[in-house]
Write a protein that binds this ligand. Structure first.
Ligand code: PMP
Ligand code: GLN
Length: 383
């Protein structure tokens, strides 16, 4: 491994999912649903396979049907207009979009500001592009960004902000006022912004997701990223996308060509149909998840965890300080499957900050209610 990637060995998701397999524990670690997405969308994938659509290399930017569906989705939910030919790029999940964006937009030594805890691919992709990550710590209990600290973190070397809202792992959703302040700063300091919006439809309790690119001055400096994995419960399909100005999308397309070139041919057609599902699908999906959140949150509280209620995503961040005095999250999570038959993820690995996430543990609630209940029962018995 080259020096840029020092300290970035095995992702915590692989480690914890392997532990789940080895112990037979309930896996509330890695974020993936235990119920696949809509039958009609699976049928669409089968049809595409059978009819020979996408079985050979699809077009580099993505199949036209999907690019049109993405623009229709951006129009329907956010009133945003994109040109499907020049302002949309289909990627192998959001993961490839993040990597391609970092490789396309960073010069060696450029600084990238990102809120920590951050999704683990951010540090790796910034490093692979030769950039320097500048973490801005979100603090419990509400994980709101400190906008003065953000402003102070910008230096002449700052090239871009890498934002994630709704935020994994804390569930924080940026408010309209926070978005406006971030946009104002980006314009003032002439920064690019890459926004990871994969949880755009997983928001609760009146919190709303607004793409930063819709704010004044942001249309030509923002790369918006999303993915079908979370919204439609097909994390294995790896269909993601980028929207933005023709210049920025062309830059990301250039690097993407040499990463995968293309991916997921038949699934692209199926995701085009998924994006066209009626509003009721999206609304029901969020309601269902909110019920699961409430179920797991109650179970975790009953087991002695301090729960930080998420406004979005399908993760609950907890604190174990009172429950397991003196224990750090990584040690706690490595022994939890044996002790309790449940797998969780330590948020500490998503921080550079030495102490802020030391006792934070994340649980995924995108699971069937009886699975969540059983996990909660096991945790209560073990604590
Ligand atoms: N960004 C965040 C914040 C995520 O949580 C995930 C999925 N775990 C991704 C990106 C990756 O998305 P995909 O599976 O579409 O590559
Ligand atoms: N996004 C998922 C999570 O945060 C995991 C994705 C992965 O395993 N890379 O749990």
């Amino acid at each position: 491994l080259n020096r840029r990637l020092e300290g970035l060995g095995t992702t915590i998701f692989a480690e914890m999912s392997a532990l789940a397999l080895a112990t037979g524990a309930i896996n509330l670690g890695q974020g993936f649903p235990d119920t696949d997405g809509p039958e009609a969308v699976r049928e669409a994938a089968v049809r595409a396979l059978r009819d020979g659509r996408g079985n050979q290399y699809p077009p580099g930017p993505g199949v036209p049907e999907l690019r049109h569906a993405i623009t229709a989705h951006q129009q329907r939910f956010y009133g945003l207009d994109f040109d499907p030919d020049t302002e949309v790029l289909v990627t192998a999940g959001a993961t490839e979009a993040i990597a391609a964006a970092m490789l396309a937009l960073l010069e060696p030594g450029d600084e990238v500001i990102a809120f920590e805890p951050f999704y683990d691919s951010y540090a790796a992709c910034v490093a692979m592009a030769g950039g320097v990550r500048v973490p801005l710590t979100l603090h419990a209990p509400d994980f709101r960004p400190d906008l003065d600290a953000l402003r102070a973190a910008v230096t002449p070397r700052t090239r871009l902000l890498l934002l994630n809202s709704p935020h994994n792992p804390t569930g924080m959703v940026l408010t309209a006022a926070e978005l406006a302040a971030i946009a104002e700063l980006a314009v003032e300091r002439d920064l690019l912004v890459v926004t990871d919006e994969v949880y755009e439809h997983l928001v609760f309790d009146g919190a709303a997701h607004t793409p930063l690119i819709s704010l004044p001055g942001m249309r030509d400096r923002t790369v918006s990223i999303s993915s079908a994995g979370k919204t439609f419960s097909f994390t294995g399909w790896k269909v993601g996308w980028v929207t933005g100005s023709p210049e920025l999308v062309a830059a990301v397309r250039t690097t993407k060509q040499f990463l995968t070139y293309v991916a997921s041919g038949p699934f692209q057609y199926a995701v085009a149909e998924a994006l066209a599902l009626p509003d009721s699908y999206y609304a029901h999906f969020a309601t269902d998840l909110r019920e699961k959140r409430d179920l797991l949150a109650a179970g975790l509280r009953a087991a002695g965890f301090q729960v930080y209620e998420p406004q979005g995503t399908y993760f609950i961040t907890t604190d174990i300080a009172a429950l397991a005095p003196g224990k750090d999250a990584l040690t706690f999570c490595r022994t939890l499957p044996e002790r309790a038959g449940v797998v969780a993820v330590p948020n500490s690995v998503f921080y550079d900050h030495p102490t802020a996430g030391r006792t934070q543990v994340r649980f995924a609630f995108c699971k069937k209610p009886d699975v969540l209940q059983e996990a909660a029962n096991r945790l209560r018995r073990s604590t």
